[in-house]
Design a protein around this ligand. Structure first.
Ligand SMILES: [Zn+2]
Length: 240
């Protein structure tokens, strides 16, 4: 698993992504190609009643062998630069509406914004920033003892972020989406995609969905630590 280079540069969410400056390396890694396996339409309905149809695509030959999904929403073919969100699986947030993080509202926001523009939501099976569901729940238990997200992972001997976007790059290439707008507050994602040969024309910031339970999580994410990026987040009321 590649270990992405870190920078301490704060996000300038309005600026276009500058991959070379972010990564220190302009060379794109060649990726083994993935192939499209199946595409099937699934009508979605979210907890607040929002409905949208998504074409779920599955793949052969993804780098890590996991069952990642690409959801085409709002006809990505109608735009030269589809809007793309890389969403890493969060069972507690996505399915159960956990208020310990903002994944559920982020997923819901992404679906609607992609529907408006045309693009893809890549649903990546890397639970708990890649450490897995059980480890994430162990880290929650440590957080209840006063540690922040990153200190809790460190106490478990785990990286604060083990996510890898190689499969995401393969999926975008297989879909013909080599040039995209990226819906994200995280400059590291844009840099990793650029290193995988995806041209990120623009990074589009998302809203931040704060609640009393996730405020500490979001503050930690925004402030960063010596190991992490500042995400340049601005906290807004929930639902903003
Ligand atoms: Zn989450």
């Amino acid at each position: 698993m590649p270990s992405p280079q870190r920078t301490t540069r704060l996000a300038d969410s309005a600026a276009p992504a500058r991959p070379a400056a972010l990564t220190g390396s302009a060379a794109a890694r060649p990726l083994p190609p993935a192939r499209i396996r199946t595409t099937v339409r699934v009508p979605l309905r979210f907890g607040d009643g929002y409905r949208v149809d998504a074409d779920f695509t599955t793949f052969h030959d993804l780098a890590d062998g996991a069952e990642h999904l690409a959801l085409a929403i709002g006809d990505p073919q109608r735009t030269a630069t589809p809007l793309v969100r890389l969403h890493s699986e969060c069972l507690t947030g996505d399915v159960f509406g956990s208020a310990r993080c903002d994944c559920g509202p982020q997923l819901r926001e992404a679906a609607e914004r992609i529907a408006e523009h045309g693009g893809y939501l890549l649903y990546l099976r890397q639970e708990g920033r890649g450490i897995g569901l059980y480890n994430k729940l162990d880290a929650y238990a440590l957080q209840d003892g006063g540690l922040d997200t990153y200190a809790a992972n460190a106490a478990l001997g785990l990286p604060e972020d083990a996510r890898d976007y190689t499969a995401a790059g393969q999926m975008l290439h297989a879909l013909g989406a080599d040039r995209i707008d990226l819906l994200s507050n995280n400059p590291d994602k844009a840099a990793q995609l650029a290193a995988l040969g995806v041209d990120v024309r623009r990074r589009v910031p998302t809203g931040v969905h704060a609640s009393p339970s996730n405020l500490h999580y979001l503050r930690t994410k925004a402030t960063g630590t010596p190991l992490t990026l500042g995400h340049g987040l601005q906290l807004l009321p929930e639902g903003a």
